[in-house]
Write a protein that binds this ligand. Structure first.
Ligand SMILES: NC(=O)c1ccc[n+]([C@@H]2O[C@H](COP(=O)([O-])OP(=O)(O)OC[C@H]3O[C@@H](n4cnc5c(N)ncnc54)[C@H](O)[C@@H]3O)[C@@H](O)[C@H]2O)c1
Ligand SMILES: O=C(O)C[C@H](O)C(=O)O
Length: 221
C-alpha cells in the first residue's frame, strides 16, 4: 500500500492511496478500498495492476507499507519464508529507491528480521538509505504482550503498557514485563516466563488456528 500527499488537506483535496498488484486488501475483497474511502474522506483509492505500473503507483509516495509475500503454514518458521519473500521485497525496494526514495517504508513481509536488512541493503546500494525512514512492523508483539499481561494481572488492557524490544521471531521478541505498567503484584517468575513464551509464540498460534489459510493479516490491515 502506498500513501501519497501530493495534495493537501487544507484544500480538502484527496490524498492518493494506491493498491499495488496482489496487495492484501484487494486480495481479501475488492470492496475494501471503497470502504476505506468512506472512512477516510480525504483519501482517494487508486488500483494499479502489473509490475509495469509499479512506477506509477510509487511515484511521489510518502509512505509505503509492504505486506506482499507468502505467509507461514502450520509447522513453518518465519525464516522458512525467506527464499520467496526476500526476492519480492528486494524487487519492491529497488522500485521504491527509484520512484519514491524519501518515502517512509513499513515492512510487514516476513521474516521481518531479514526483510528489513534486505531493504536497508537495497537502499544503501542505491544511495537512498535513511535509518529513520525504514521500519519493521512489530506492533503485534506489543499488542499481544499487553493483552496477555492484562489478562493475567486482571487489569484493563487499555491502561497497560509493555515495552517490547528485539526482533520479530521467536526468542528475538523480548517483552519487558519488568518494565510493564501498572506493575502487577503477585505475578510469579513462572507467570512471567509463560507470558513471555505466549507473546513470542503469538504469531504461531494464529497461523495454527488458521490452519494453512494465512497469518494475522487482518490485524496488520
Ligand atoms: N509483521 C507482522 O506483524 C506480520 C503480520 C501478519 C503477516 N505478516 C507477513 O505478511 C506477509 C503476508 O501475509 P498474509 O497473511 O497477509 O498473506 P496473504 O497470502 O493473505 O497475502 C499476501 C499477499 O501478497 C501478495 N503477493 C504475493 N506475491 C507478491 C508479489 N510478488 N508482489 C506483490 N504482492 C504479492 C499475494 O497475492 C497476497 O495478496 C507474510 O510474509 C506474513 O508472514 C507479518
Ligand atoms: O507469525 C506470522 O507468521 C505472522 C506475523 O509475523 C505475526 O506475528 O502474526
Amino acid at each position: 500500500m502506498v500513501v501519497s500527499s501530493e495534495n493537501n488537506l487544507e484544500n480538502h483535496e484527496p490524498h492518493r492511496l494506491c493498491w499495488l498488484p496482489l496487495q492484501i486488501f484487494l486480495a481479501i475483497s475488492k470492496k475494501w478500498p471503497f470502504n476505506f474511502i468512506m472512512i477516510c474522506k480525504f483519501y482517494e483509492a487508486v488500483g494499479y495492476m502489473g509490475e509495469e505500473n509499479l512506477g506509477k503507483a510509487l511515484e511521489g509516495a510518502d509512505l509505503v507499507i509492504i505486506p506482499a509475500g507468502v505467509p507461514r503454514k502450520p509447522g513453518m518458521t518465519r525464516d522458512d519464508l525467506f527464499n520467496i519473500n526476500a526476492g519480492i521485497v528486494k524487487g519492491l525496494c529497488t522500485a521504491i529507491a527509484k520512484y519514491c526514495p524519501h518515502a517512509l517504508v513499513n515492512m510487514i513481509s516476513n521474516p521481518v528480521n531479514s526483510t528489513v536488512p534486505i531493504a536497508a541493503e537495497v537502499f544503501r546500494k542505491a544511495g537512498t538509505y535513511d535509518e529513520k525512514r525504514l521500519f519493521g512492523v512489530t506492533t503485534l508483539d506489543v499488542v499481544r504482550a499487553k493483552t496477555f499481561y492484562a489478562g493475567k494481572a486482571n487489569v484493563p488492557v487499555s491502561g497497560v503498557d509493555v515495552p517490547v524490544v528485539g526482533g520479530h521471531a521467536g526468542v528475538t521478541i523480548l517483552p519487558l514485563f519488568s518494565q510493564a505498567t501498572p506493575q502487577a503484584n503477585g505475578l510469579s517468575h513462572d507467570d512471567i516466563v509463560a507470558l513471555t513464551k505466549r507473546t513470542q509464540d503469538g504469531g504461531t498460534e494464529v497461523v495454527e488456528a488458521k490452519a494453512g489459510k494465512g497469518s494475522a493479516t487482518l490485524s496488520m490491515a
